[in-house]
Design a protein around this ligand. Structure first.
Ligand SMILES: [Zn+2]
Length: 525
């Protein structure tokens, strides 16, 4: 007697090879048989004619830790409802461990209000122990955030590390790797990593290489200096031989879109020469990011407290204002996604907010920044739709959410907050695009969601349907699958996904979460 028998499914095994119709059986959380006809009985039998059975999708760019979803909403609904069964967190330079001091956690305050949050760990090993005692909707693994390490050591200071500090930092990274961390992530565009030198990065990347771990890069610049920023990433991959992933790859700003072909050519050449580089991306044209990132770098370098002090100083305020004035066309259309600002501004553009306040767009932005709390996020429609679609087809790209696991009831639960729709719809939207464009086979598209990200992550026994592998599975209707989430109504669940299994347990049934929470904390090795 098997635990589960899925009959007559169109199996797309994740390898990119052609689909085939078969039965699949699992027991004890593992795939135990795949054959044209399996006659052994099972506790649960699912008829799957006309439906695609694929490996559970793998999200190599997830923020469920820094958005605090792991604790606020451990069922990670919005991730598993779209077919993701494993999520890699600790991205963009920020992880929840190790905490070399209390300052370390401040790295995540740009995404989540930390007041009132509790945690009982300092080392990665203690963090792993805490998370291992929890049950999640999907599996979760974590990298170490470079900013988390650095701020734990030197707080808000912007300087290079002393030799002694550097060795403490490298030791902390090594012990995190030994405790199961999957690699290191950087957030080079954020204020606290702006002064990080390439040499610091090389030291870390070399350690990652020695441990066969991942090095994830949130580029220094995704706009006019994209080419140099990508060059920096290529240099790390080539010099250190590290497996490198560029996070949420894109070109921001219409004036910069023309750079893409040249950058892609450069990346292709590097990969051709042997560098191990991949790009993760989401199929949307709007970004979701902290509002402070629109300020000039010099205004944010001293951390949030320093920035607030500057905004309170008349001379500095005017300097910032005139910097913003040059970019006011772009700022006008930014839409506020979350803030604790007293006036109702969620879902409104700065153009509209400025009108209501009777001030200029730049003044409105600074007013919200000054009085809207630490966590102010905005949507910015700065990407080109055709480029996004073309990039999705590129052999180096995989699809990831760059989002968190939120509750679909969020629309009513958090009326004061919008999340990016990619948290609910990245995978289904990508598969719907592929169905419309007909430029990529479904088999190749599924590989970009499964075996390819599994290799990037360094996950074993997942990402491919094969006997002996873990029974993380998605059953969906290829003609229907699509996202329903939008910037205005992000808390909508996708259509076309019938069932999702995590470690052999049914996690999603009929488009709703079962509440089984069979996901576990994953460790490297
Ligand atoms: Zn990032």
């Amino acid at each position: 007697m098997y635990d589960l028998l899925i009959k007559n499914a169109t199996v797309i095994d994740g390898s990119g090879e052609a689909s085939f119709v078969a039965d699949l059986a699992s027991s004890g959380g593992k795939i135990v048989d795949i054959a044209q006809h399996i006659s052994t009985q099972a506790r649960l039998v699912v008829q799957a004619e006309g439906l695609v059975l694929a490996p559970g999708f793998i999200d190599v760019q997830n923020h469920s830790d820094s958005y605090w979803c792991l604790f606020d909403n451990p069922s990670l609904d919005s991730n598993i409802l779209q077919g993701f069964t494993s999520m890699l967190v600790g991205n963009c330079g920020t992880s929840l461990a190790p905490l070399l001091s209390r300052e370390a956690l401040k790295s995540s305050q740009k995404w989540h209000n930390l007041s009132g949050t509790n945690f009982n760990w300092t080392t990665f090993s203690e963090f792993a122990e805490t998370l291992s005692s929890m049950r999640f909707g999907g599996n979760v693994g974590s990298m170490v955030g470079y900013s988390t390490l650095r701020r734990g050591l030197i707080g808000d200071a912007h300087r290079s590390l002393s030799e002694a500090e550097s060795s403490v930092l490298l030791e902390a990274f090594i012990s995190a790797l030994k405790a199961g961390a999957f690699g290191l992530s950087t957030g080079l565009s954020y204020s606290h990593e702006a002064s990080v030198s390439e040499l610091e990065l090389y030291d870390l990347a070399k350690i990652a290489t020695e441990h066969n771990a991942l090095f994830s890069v949130h580029l220094r610049d995704e706009a006019e200096h994209l080419a140099e920023s990508v060059e920096e990433a290529i240099e790390i991959a080539q010099r250190c031989g590290v497996r490198l992933k560029i996070s949420h790859f894109k070109v921001r700003g219409k004036a910069n879109w023309y750079i893409l072909p040249e950058v892609l050519e450069r990346l292709e050449l590097a990969v051709h020469q042997g560098a191990d580089i991949s790009l993760d991306m989401y199929p949307y044209t709007s970004t979701w990011q902290p509002l402070y990132t629109y300020l000039p770098k010099w205004a944010t370098q001293a951390g949030r407290d320093g920035m607030i002090r500057m905004l309170g100083d008349e001379v500095q305020y005017k300097k910032i204002l005139s910097y913003l004035h040059e970019h006011s066309d772009l700022l006008r259309d930014l839409v506020v996604a979350s803030t604790s600002y007293q006036m109702r501004v969620i879902g409104k553009s700065f153009g509209l907010i400025a009108e209501r306040l009777g001030v200029s767009v730049e003044e409105a932005l600074l007013e919200v920044l000054k009085n809207g709390g630490a966590e102010i996020l905005v949507f910015d429609a700065c990407l080109d739709e055709q480029q996004v679609r073309d990039l999705l087809l590129h052999p180096l790209s995989v699809v990831a959410t760059d989002g968190g696991g939120f509750n679909p009831a969020g629309a009513t639960k958090h009326a004061d907050k919008l999340v990016h729709p990619r948290s609910f719809g990245a995978a289904p939207k990508f598969l719907a695009f592929m169905r419309q464009d007909k430029k990529l086979s479904l088999e190749t598209a599924i590989a970009k969601l499964t075996s390819v990200p599994a290799r990037i992550w360094g996950l074993k026994n997942r990402g491919q349907i094969a006997i002996g592998n873990v029974a993380d599975l998605v059953l969906f209707n290829p003609l229907q699958i699509d996202s329903q989430a939008s910037l205005v109504n992000p808390f909508h669940t996708p259509v076309g996904i019938q069932k999702v299994w995590v470690n052999g347990e049914l996690a999603v049934d009929g488009g709703a979460v079962t509440g089984n929470r069979s996901g576990v904390f994953l460790r490297r090795l």
